[in-house]
Design a protein around this ligand. Structure first.
Ligand code: PXG
Length: 461
C-alpha cells in the first residue's frame, strides 16, 4: 500500500468507496477516519493517534490483533493451496479439520457444520435448511420463521428479513415472506411497570407462544434469536427467558436456532452464548470470532436432529457458496480456535475478566447519566438516561446523546459503539485487568464530558 496523508486517503475514499450502513454524502463531506495498523487491543489511525479498541473491530477480534499463529496459518495455506471448492465431491484438509474441531468445541448435539463466507450467509443457510428439513419430513407448510424486533441477523435479503431493524425493512421491500417478529426481551423498554426481570423474562417468552398459536404450530418452522442481542445494544435477557423459549419450542416441536455470530467463541464466558443462557438449540450460526475477524468465514452448526434427516433422506441440498470451506479461512480458524484454547480465554472471561468488568460496570451505574449497566462475559452496555428516578427515563432518541458520548470516546482514544442511547463494549478477550482499568478510565471521562454537554444544553432533569 502507498503512504498518503490523511487528507489524500479521505479524498480517494470519498471519491470511490461506498461504505456499509453509511450516509454517503455526509461521510464524504466529513471524511473517514483511516485506520492503518493494530496491535493487541490498540489501533492507530493515519494521523498516528493510538486508540483502544473496545469493540474488537466489529465484535470479532477475540484474540486481539497481531497474533503470529494466525498470520503463519494463512501464509502457509496460501502457499500450499490458496483455494479449492467443496462442491464437486472434493474437500480440503483445513475444512475437514475445522469441521472436526468445531464439533469438538460445540455443545454435544452438534456434529456437523455447513460453511459460509459470513454471518448473513450463514443465516440464509438457516432459512433454506429449516424449510428443507420440514419438506423432507412431509410438512412443507411449516415455513414461517419467528424472530424478534431489534434483532440483527445480517444484511442479505434473508438476514435483514430475519433481523428486526425497521430501518432496514424500510429499504428494499423487506421482510421476505414467511418471517414474522415478536417483541424483544428488553426489560428496561418493554416490561410493564413494577415487573421483576425474571417475571418479565417469562412474559417475553410467552409472546413466542402467543405468536405460534396465532399462526398455528403446524405453520411454524423455527424460532431464531441471538442469545444476547448485540447490534441491538447488548440487551442481556432475564435468566428466565431462554429456558422458557426452549420449553415453548419443544412443546410445539419447532426448531430453535441460536445466532452466535457475536456470542460465539468465548465472548460470554462459554464457547457459545446458548451455554451461558441455558438452552440447547438445533442450529447455531457463527462467523466473526471463528477467525477473530482475520479473514472472512461463517457457517451453521447443524444439530443431529436436522443432520440426520438431511443425510439419511435428503438427497441433494441445492445450496452453497463458492467460499463454503475456503481453505485459507479454515486454516486461520483452526489456528484461532487452538489459540483460544491455549490461552484459556473462555475460562478467563468466565472466571476473571467477565466478573471484573461486571463489578466495574456496577460502579458506573452510580454515574448520573447511567440508568442501566448490563454485562455478560466481555460484552457490556451502559444506558444513558436523562432521569434516574424509578426505572429511569432514557434520553429521547432525537437528541442523539449516544452519538455525543461516542464523539467524546473517539476524541479520547477509545472506540465504544453507540446503539441509540446504549453505549456498548466488547473488547478483545486477551484484554488484561490493567487494560480494562484503562478502558474504564476513558469511559468515565467520556461520560463526564457528555454529562457536561447535557447540562450545558439543559437536557438533564
Ligand atoms: N448475526 C449477528 C448476531 C450479527 O451480529 C450477523 C449475523 C451478520 O454477519 P455478517 O458477517 O454478514 O456481517 C451479525 C453481524 C453493529 C454491527 O453495528 C453488527 C454486525 C455487523 C455489522 C455491524 O453492531 N453483526
Amino acid at each position: 500500500m502507498t503512504t498518503r496523508t490523511t487528507q489524500e486517503w479521505q479524498a480517494a475514499d470519498a471519491a470511490h468507496f461506498l461504505h456499509p450502513f453509511t450516509d454517503f454524502q455526509a461521510l464524504a463531506s466529513k471524511g473517514s477516519r483511516v485506520i492503518t495498523r493494530a496491535d493487541n487491543i490498540y489501533l492507530w489511525d493515519s494521523d498516528g493517534q493510538k486508540i483502544l479498541d473496545a469493540m474488537s473491530g466489529l465484535w470479532c477480534v477475540n484474540v486481539g490483533y497481531g497474533q503470529q499463529a494466525l498470520i503463519d496459518a494463512a501464509t502457509h495455506q496460501l502457499k500450499e493451496l490458496p483455494f479449492y471448492n467443496a462442491f464437486f465431491q472434493t474437500a480440503t484438509p483445513p475444512a475437514i479439520e475445522l469441521a472436526e474441531l468445531l464439533a469438538e468445541v460445540s455443545p454435544p448435539q452438534f456434529q456437523h457444520v455447513f460453511f459460509s463466507g459470513s454471518g448473513s450467509e450463514g443465516n440464509d443457510t438457516v432459512v433454506r435448511m429449516v424449510r428443507r428439513y420440514w419438506d423432507l419430513l412431509g410438512q412443507p407448510e411449516r415455513q414461517v420463521i419467528v424472530s424478534r424486533k431489534n434483532a440483527y441477523h445480517g444484511s442479505t435479503m434473508a438476514g435483514a428479513s430475519l433481523g428486526g431493524m425497521s430501518g432496514m425493512h424500510a429499504q428494499g421491500g423487506l421482510p421476505i415472506p414467511g418471517i414474522v417478529h415478536i417483541e424483544q426481551p428488553y426489560w428496561f423498554a418493554n416490561a410493564p411497570p413494577g415487573m421483576s426481570r425474571d417475571d418479565f423474562g417469562l412474559l417475553a417468552a410467552s409472546w413466542l407462544d402467543d405468536k405460534i398459536k396465532e399462526l398455528g404450530a403446524n405453520k411454524v418452522a423455527a424460532f431464531i434469536g441471538e442469545p444476547i442481542q448485540g447490534a441491538g445494544g447488548v440487551i442481556v435477557p432475564p435468566a428466565t427467558y431462554w429456558p422458557e423459549i426452549q420449553r415453548i419450542c419443544d412443546r410445539h416441536g419447532i426448531l430453535l436456532a441460536s445466532d452466535e455470530v457475536i456470542t460465539g467463541f468465548g465472548r460470554t464466558g462459554r464457547w457459545f452464548g446458548c451455554e451461558t443462557m441455558g438452552f440447547q438449540p438445533d442450529l447455531m450460526t457463527f462467523a466473526k470470532g471463528v477467525t477473530s475477524g482475520y479473514i472472512p468465514l461463517g457457517g451453521v452448526m447443524v444439530g443431529e436432529r436436522i443432520a440426520k434427516v438431511l443425510i439419511e433422506q435428503g438427497g441433494e441440498f441445492n445450496h452453497g457458496y463458492t467460499y463454503s470451506g475456503h481453505p485459507v479461512a479454515c486454516a486461520v480458524a483452526l489456528a484461532n480456535i487452538r489459540l483460544v484454547r491455549e490461552l484459556g480465554l473462555v475460562e478467563r472471561v468466565r472466571n476473571d475478566l467477565g466478573p471484573y468488568l461486571a463489578a466495574a460496570f456496577a460502579e458506573l451505574q452510580e454515574h448520573p447519566l447511567v440508568g442501566e449497566a448490563q454485562v455478560c462475559g466481555l460484552m457490556g452496555a451502559l444506558l444513558l438516561v436523562q432521569d434516574k428516578t424509578g426505572r429511569g427515563t432514557a434520553f429521547p432518541p432525537e437528541r442523539e446523546v449516544g452519538m455525543v458520548c461516542r464523539g467524546h470516546c473517539f476524541a479520547n482514544g477509545l472506540i465504544m459503539r453507540a446503539v441509540g442511547e446504549r453505549m456498548v463494549v466488547a473488547p478483545p478477550l486477551v484484554i488484561t485487568r490493567a487494560q480494562i482499568d484503562e478502558m474504564l478510565a476513558l469511559i468515565r471521562r467520556s461520560l463526564d464530558l457528555t454529562l457536561a454537554d447535557v447540562h450545558a444544553r439543559g437536557w438533564k432533569r
